[in-house]
Design a protein around this ligand. Structure first.
Ligand code: AMP
Ligand code: MG
Length: 323
C-alpha cells in the first residue's frame, strides 16, 4: 500500500536533500529574504519546494500539495538576483526548467489541506540551515486527517554527516537509509525508562518555545543532563532512532497566538510513532490534521519513547496549575 507514493516521495526528498546540502555549503550570505512574519527564507527553500513539487505533480497530478512557500517574493524585480540563483541551482538538477515553470512549480504548493494531500516543508529549520547546522526536508501524505506516510530528509544528521533519510508508513514501521546510499535499516525508539539516563531535546531558537518551563519540567522529571537544542524535525528523527527520549515544545508565552503548522509536524510525528514512540500535544491530545494548515486544536508538542509520556503530561499540568 502506498508503495508508489513512498518511492516517488523518497526520490523527491533525496534529490532535494542533495540540492539543499550543496546550497548550504556554497552560501555566501546573499541567498536570503525576509518574509512578512520576519522569518528568513532562502534560495534553498524555494528551490527545494520546486523540485519536490515537480516530482509529485508528475507522479500524482490529482493530489494537492500544501507547501510552506510561494513565489510572490521572488517574482519582484528587486529580488532578481535571488531568483537567478534559484534558477541556476535548479537547472543543475533539471535543465529543462525555466523561470516561469519554476514559479508555477513553487505555487503548486498552494493546495488545500483537505481529503488527501501532501504536506511539504521544503527546508524545515531555515534558521539552522543558515547557521550551517541542522535542518530537514519534510514530506507527509495525509488522508482523512491521518498521516499515512512520513518522509524526513536530514542532510546533517548521522551517516558520518552525509545525512540520513527517514520514512514511516502508517502501520508499516519506521526506516532509515544513509543519504549517500545503502540499505534501509529499521528505526526504533530507545528502551530507556530511567529519567536519569534520558536525553531531552528542544528547539534551538528561544522564540519557538518556552525554554524556562521546559528546563523546569526536565529537572522535575529527574533528567540529569541539560536539554539539548537543535533545529527542525531532526528532533523527531533523534527520538525515533533512540538518541533522545523526550522532545517537548511548550508554546512561547510571547507568541500566544502562534499555531503549529502541519508541515512542521506531520512527517516527524508518524516517524516517532512508527518507531514505537508516542506523540501528542501538551494536553495529551492527538495531533489534529483536519484543521487546515495549522494544528489549531492543539497546543504544543510532546514526542517521547513512550516510557515517561504520561508522566511528562502530568508534570506539565502540575506546573500550569501553579501559575
Ligand atoms: P524548530 O527548529 O523545531 O523550532 O522548528 C522550526 C519551525 O518553528 C519553523 O519551521 C517555524 O514554522 C516554527 N516557528 C516559527 N515561529 C514559532 C513560534 N513562535 N512558536 C513555535 N514555532 C515557531
Ligand atoms: Mg518548518
Amino acid at each position: 500500500m502506498l508503495q508508489k507514493e513512498k518511492e516517488a516521495g523518497l526520490r523527491a526528498v533525496g534529490t532535494a536533500m542533495a540540492l539543499a546540502a550543496a546550497i548550504q555549503k556554497e552560501m555566501t550570505g546573499k541567498e536570503t529574504l525576509t518574509k512578512s512574519d520576519r522569518s528568513p527564507v532562502t534560495i534553498a527553500d524555494f528551490a527545494a519546494q520546486a523540485l519536490v513539487c515537480n516530482a509529485l505533480v508528475a507522479a500524482f497530478p490529482g493530489v494537492p500539495i500544501v507547501g510552506e512557500e510561494d513565489s510572490l517574493a521572488i517574482r519582484k524585480p528587486e529580488n532578481r538576483d535571488i531568483f537567478a540563483k534559484i534558477v541556476h541551482y535548479l537547472k543543475k538538477f533539471d535543465p529543462t526548467l525555466d523561470a516561469k515553470r519554476i514559479c508555477d512549480l513553487i505555487d503548486l504548493g498552494g493546495g488545500d489541506p483537505d481529503g488527501m494531500f501532501w504536506a511539504l516543508d521544503p527546508i524545515d529549520g531555515t534558521k539552522g540551515f543558515l547557521r550551517g547546522e541542522q535542518f530537514a526536508i519534510a514530506l507527509a501524505l495525509v488522508r482523512d486527517g491521518r498521516v499515512r506516510l512520513g518522509i524526513l530528509g536530514c542532510p546533517n544528521l548521522g551517516a558520518a554527516a552525509g545525512g540520513n533519510l527517514f520514512w514511516a508508513g502508517e502501520g508499516r514501521g519506521c526506516w532509515k537509509t544513509p543519504a549517500a546510499g545503502g540499505g534501509a535499516e529499521p528505526v526504533r525508539v530507545s528502551g530507556k525508562t530511567d529519567p536519569r539516563q534520558m536525553k531531552f531535546v528542544e528547539s534551538y531558537e528561544s522564540s519557538h518555545s518556552d525554554k524556562d518551563t521546559q528546563l523546569g519540567i526536565s529537572l522535575r522529571l529527574g533528567i540529569s543532563s541539560p536539554p539539548e537544542q537543535m533545529d527542525s524535525q531532526v528532533k523527531y528523527g533523534i527520538v525515533a532512532s533512540g538518541d533522545a527520549e523526550i522532545y517537548l515544545r511548550i508554546p512561547n508565552p510571547a507568541t500566544p497566538d502562534y499555531r503549529e503548522k502541519i508541515w512542521d509536524h506531520a512527517a516527524g510525528s508518524l516517524i516517532v510513532e512508527e518507531a514505537g514512540g508516542k506523540v501528542s500535544d501538551i494536553d495529551g491530545k492527538k495531533l489534529d490534521f483536519t484543521a487546515g494548515k495549522t494544528l489549531r486544536r492543539n497546543r504544543g508538542i510532546l514526542a517521547t519513547n513512550g516510557a515517561l509520556h504520561d508522566r511528562v503530561l502530568e508534570v506539565i499540568a502540575e506546573l500550569a496549575a501553579k501559575k
